[in-house]
Design a protein around this ligand. Structure first.
Ligand code: PAF
Length: 276
């Protein structure tokens, strides 16, 4: 595995691969890698000739009072995990944005609501960094986790709208043995907070299992189970378009965002019923 830190170097490498007709797979990350990330690499690996993983804590997607400065980092552990996952190039840029970069990429509609309500700059920061990463890495196929379900929908829409010749795959959300959705931010939780964080997936699984089609009733059920400090959202959306649903009469997704202490957590589950 090669580690590249210069943006021009990976761009040159990617162009050479593409000129040889090779399929380039790409998993963008912000590091502090866990099994959720490596599962995305495992999905990409058999679908490409060369696999690139990026680690870049993107300042554009953090709000002023968010955790940019304390975002967890583990460069050596990350490199070992990437090597074990068969990554060809680990891209850890130290010069990613041109000093006077001024272009922003924004997917309207889908970037509003859910996480976009309390984090107004978040998705614009993500689509801007991912568009530039795509430009540099020139992937044939890319994998994003369903853990960030809204992000995945937004990236799919951006790729479609900008006619980028990239296949976008969604990787299933990975949970720890106790059910907590894997997230780099779980490292912030104390044992007591972690115990309360389990209420997220309990609420979502109860909603998914209930014999109920009225979204408001399902949300009330979920809220009665959630044990969090600051509630952000708990919603049921169409699984594909993310349109809000009043009645669960098609494949849907229950999504939650909330805070335990100073840690923001999100989770989601599929709501699948016999629809006829
Ligand atoms: O999901 C993430 O880790 C980030 O939002 C991403 C896609 C790497 C962009 O910075």
């Amino acid at each position: 595995m090669q580690t590249l830190t210069r943006t021009a170097a990976i761009a040159e490498q990617a162009l050479a691969w593409r000129a040889q007709g090779l399929r380039v797979g790409f998993v963008p990350t912000m590091g502090f890698l866990h099994r959720g990330h490596t599962s995305l690499m495992e999905l990409a690996r058999p679908r490409c000739d060369k696999l690139v993983v990026s680690i870049f804590v993107n300042p554009l997607q953090f709000g002023v009072n968010e955790d940019l400065d304390r975002y967890p980092r583990d460069p050596e552990g990350d490199a070992a995990k990437c090597r074990a996952a068969g990554v060809d190039v680990l891209f850890v840029p130290d010069d990613f944005y041109p000093p006077d970069h001024s272009t922003r990429v924004r997917v309207e509609g889908l970037s509003e609501g859910l996480c976009g309500t309390s984090r107004p700059v978040f998705f614009e920061g993500i689509t801007t960094v991912v568009a530039r990463l795509f430009g540099v890495v020139q992937p044939t196929v890319t994998v994003f986790g369903e853990k960030d379900y809204q992000q995945l929908a937004i990236i799919r829409r951006m790729v479609r709208d900008l006619a980028l010749p990239i296949e976008v795959l969604g990787g299933p959300l990975i949970r720890d043995d106790d059910g907590l959705a894997l997230s780099s931010r779980n490292a912030y939780l104390s044992p007591a907070q972690r115990a309360r964080a389990l209420s997220l997936h309990r609420a979502l699984f109860a909603m998914a299992a209930a014999e109920e089609r009225d979204a408001a009733a399902l949300i009330a059920l979920g809220r009665s189970i959630l044990d969090v400090d600051t509630f952000d959202y708990l919603e049921i959306r169409d699984a594909v378009t993310l349109a809000p649903l009043e009645t669960v009469d098609r494949p849907a997704r229950a999504l939650v965002g909330c805070w335990i202490g100073g840690t923001r957590l999100i989770d989601n589950v599929a709501i699948e019923r016999p629809w006829t």
